[in-house]
Design a protein around this ligand. Structure first.
Ligand code: HEC
Ligand code: HEC
Ligand code: HEC
Ligand code: HEC
Ligand code: HEC
Length: 279
């Protein structure tokens, strides 16, 4: 940790050495505090209004900084049985039928940050989803000290259309000229080629993909060779929405120069803040 936070800590030290007015208050170096320093915050109001909950500090916050105060999001467990006595182990949700799903039911945060599958294919940060937590009101732009509009969605903890929808939208079959996946997959998947998506996506279409810091692109492609739902999982198999995310459309080798109508407004690159250097 020291390595990563080395520079900001020095900055704080310089402020203290200069006899800065704020020396000693928790807010001076809020964004730079190490997890162990953060964990010493005992005042509830100071913690709740901590700078790390707001822009700009939240943009650079590390998981370790957030977890210094919020470890319960990862240590909490789901109930083994409902209050009425129904055992979680006896229930199977539709998304649990995907062939990448393993283990017993777990919490939302664990499934995105610490499950074996999450760690294999993604590298999500707290701040990928959490763009701020304003204790006053969950309505952006509603008061002078509030967050910028669009920092998060009205009354929601996160902005679902820039987070969840990316991995939990519908299978965009119209854009592929296909029927719904449940109808076409049988004809494309065999024991030797279990993943039907790769029929078209191994070499033909949209082969430049997932070059973003929160996904593990190579691991996804390797896994897809043996797991039928490796691609479908994030592109329709766990859909919580009736729409699909409008993905960027990266030019790929052999691409037709004519842009289809549905793709006219699409960016040709991932969002800058997550983009990785192209291979
Ligand atoms: C110094 C301790 C501290 C740090 C660091 C901290 N938080 Fe918090 N956070 C709190 C406290 C205290 C609350 C208020 C909890 C309550 O009232 O139940 C809170 C509230 C929240 C809430 C709202 C919870 C709710 O139930 O509405 C979210 C979301 C949140 N924090 C996320 C984060 C994220 C993400 C980070 C890192 C960028 C972070 N926090 C860093 C202490 C901290
Ligand atoms: C995939 C998106 C996502 C990621 C990544 C994520 N969160 Fe959350 N978090 C949410 C959502 C959505 C909620 C609201 C859940 C609800 O309302 O029940 C939430 C709720 C919370 C809360 C409120 C208490 C609770 O359990 O409901 C805290 C605190 C929190 N998150 C902290 C964190 C921290 C710390 C991290 C990183 C270690 C993190 N979150 C990573 C989406 C995310
Ligand atoms: C970067 C991709 C990604 C993003 C963004 C994302 N998810 Fe997920 N989500 C996944 C993956 C992958 C799994 C399956 C994890 C596993 O099998 O362990 C999953 C699982 C789930 C589950 C099932 C949990 C369980 O008990 O098994 C729910 C519910 C869920 N996501 C809701 C959300 C919500 C709500 C958001 C936005 C706040 C969100 N997800 C953002 C990829 C994502
Ligand atoms: C029969 C060939 C074919 C199969 C099978 C196929 N796709 Fe596609 N896919 C396409 C074509 C064609 C496009 C659009 C190419 C373009 O941008 O012009 C596309 C586009 C996409 C896009 C981008 C959509 C958008 O709106 O930008 C995603 C995501 C995608 N496919 C995922 C999948 C997944 C996941 C599977 C398997 C569950 C799959 N595809 C199976 C041909 C196919
Ligand atoms: C963990 C979730 C996850 C998995 C697994 C996954 N994707 Fe994606 N996919 C995404 C996200 C998120 C994006 C948007 C990334 C971005 O903004 O550049 C995306 C983008 C795409 C695109 C758009 C490409 C472009 O032009 O930028 C295609 C096509 C696609 N995925 C197909 C697939 C195929 C095929 C597989 C299996 C080999 C797969 N996905 C597995 C989450 C996933």
């Amino acid at each position: 940790m020291r390595g990563i936070l080395g520079r900001p800590v020095l900055l704080a030290a310089a402020l203290l050495a200069s006899g800065g007015l704020f020396a000693g208050t928790a807010v001076t170096a809020a964004a730079q505090d190490t997890p162990s320093e953060l964990a010493k915050t005992t005042d509830y109001q100071q913690a709740r209004w901590h700078k790390l909950h707001f822009k700009p500090a939240i943009d650079t916050a590390t998981n370790e900084q957030c977890l210094a105060c919020h470890q319960e999001v990862l240590t909490g467990k789901v109930r083994e049985a409902s209050p009425a006595g129904l055992k979680a182990a006896n229930a199977e949700a539709w998304y649990q039928t995907l062939d990448t799903y393993t283990g017993s039911q777990d919490t939302f945060h664990a499934r995105h940050l610490t499950s074996a599958y999450a760690k294999q294919v993604m590298d999500l940060k707290c701040v990928f989803c959490h763009q701020g937590a304003d204790p006053r009101e969950k309505a952006p732009g509603s008061h002078a000290t509030g967050q910028e509009p669009a920092a998060f969605t009205l009354r929601k903890t996160v902005d679902p259309s820039q987070t969840c929808l990316k991995c939990h939208g519908q299978f965009p079959n119209q854009n592929m000229g296909l029927d719904p996946w449940v109808q076409v997959r049988e004809g494309l998947e065999t024991p030797e080629t279990p993943n039907g998506c790769l029929t078209c996506h191994a070499e033909q279409f949209r082969t430049v993909r997932h070059q973003v810091s929160y996904l593990k692109a190579d691991a996804i492609e390797t896994l897809a060779k043996t797991k039928a739902d490796a691609c479908y999982g994030c592109h329709g198999g766990r859909a919580w929405y009736r729409i699909s995310y409008p993905y960027p459309r990266h030019p790929w080798p052999g691409m037709d120069a004519a842009v289809p109508d549905w793709a006219k407004d699409r960016p040709s690159e991932s969002e800058a803040k997550y983009r990785l250097p192209q291979k």
